[in-house]
Design a protein around this ligand. Sequence first.
Ligand code: NAP
Length: 525
Amino acid sequence: MNLTGEMLIGQQAVKGSRDPIQGINPATNERLDPSYPGGTQTEVDRACELAWNAFDSYRETSLEDRAKFLETVADEIEAIGDPLIERAVAESGLPQGRIQGERGRTCGQLRLFAKTVRAGEWLDVRIDPALPDRQPMPRVDLRQRHIALGPVVVFGASNFPLAFSVAGGDTASALAAGCPVIVKAHGAHPGTSELVGRAIQAAVKKCGLPEGVFSLMYGSGREVGTALVTDPRIKAAGFTGSRSGGLALWKAAQSRPEPIPFYAEMSSINPVFPLPAALKARGEEMGKAFVGSLNMGAGQFCTNPGLVIAIKGPELDAFVNAASEAVKGSAAQTMLTPGIFDAYENGVSTLAGSGKAKEVARGQKGEGPNQCQTGLFVATAQDFLGSDALQEEVFGSTSLVVECADAAELKQVAEHLEGQLTATLQMDDADLEAAKALLPILERKAGRVMVNGWPTGVEVCDAMVHGGPFPATSDSRTTSVGTAAIFRFLRPVCYQDLPDALRPEAIKQDNPLKLRRLVDGKREA
Ligand code: NAP
């Protein structure tokens, strides 16, 4: 497929007229053709109009038709074949194997959402039938189902050019809920975005859906992104990126005459707590495994382990020594964009210059452009508690070990943490009491609490929570990964005393969708 550098507004391909963005191969700094001129208010208006016009019919597509659409999107992405992999590798600097895996995850999550849509549990139907003879007051007939919120804007993430970009988790969950989607492409991978966007556009056509179900726009976040988020026809947005970008857009979404849900995933340093018995039994082994997790994807995972918190002593020293050796042996890796590389270098310099964190190891220097050197720093608990800068995300493969005097200080550090996507306990049986003391704190701080694993690697499934209190996300009640992500784009509606002929299928008396509904307090078989 030839790339054209055009936006996709419904079924049209439209050339923008604002400053162009161009993909850059971060491994070589080579500019990649074509260039992608940005959109203006005119295209924002058109995309929003089409999305709004598509909304009422798309949200009432049958469960089967919507599921087939999601599966068709997955088929169309796979049908692009090698050109998609080649372009995504060139634009991201990520290895081919990683991009192939990401394509599998992207298509897998579209198909998982298709299964979720078909099952219909997300409609969460509750029926309290009329009780005309109830004393002292009769009860009316009340029926609840969930409906889609409306057109959704998705900001493609830089660090997952497939799985969290144009057809990624936010898009899949919004489409599954019945919401048309307008994607604001990330400037780091415009060509990959066009390829995937055209696959979705083709699926819309093949499935006979209204064209406004999907549009793809290029341009600056300040102009196009803000215009999309503040358009009255947009009813929710999903974002993954920096805290500053997320907060700016969140504020724009909340300052509208009609504020809307803005689901931002922004920053997380994912603390790991190696507890005393585990440290004693396998400190060295853990140190090596920790660096393996730290180096994954050049540390550009939102679940990267950026913080280790433990009680100081020879056991922690053994962990730090083993980790330091592994860090020193770590090859430099190409980062996603020159901008992200610069931000990483600044973050490491700020940490080094803080006077509070001591550098204990650096990885190998790279020979090419934009290559990050892995880093390991150590700080005392008191310095960590006294310096908010030490809690800031350094996006890349650098981590900080916080040495605590005792269990009480460790708890104090845990209490001091900002909201996180994950918190990890490394523990043996003898650590059970210490773990029990920490668990209530970690539940308050994180969306996912794990034992004896490493935070990188997020399973896409029903039980996953990829979320957490601020600043990990802007709304801790939800997840952006896994099938529960669909609930971000739904809201409940209660129907009182509607005649059966007027009722939507999900709440009709004879249950034509064969849903397991909650009727008069009992779950239907
Ligand atoms: P970003 O700068 O936040 O950009 C993400 C998207 O938001 C882009 O489309 C961008 O548009 C838009 N945007 C940014 N600031 C905006 C503003 N003030 N108003 C309106 N739109 C705005 O994120 P990034 O480019 O992916 O990476 C930059 C940094 O974000 C990284 O160094 C890292 O610190 C962090 N990051 C964190 C995670 C995580 O999961 N925790 C993931 C990725 C990145 P433009 O194209 O115009 O910039």
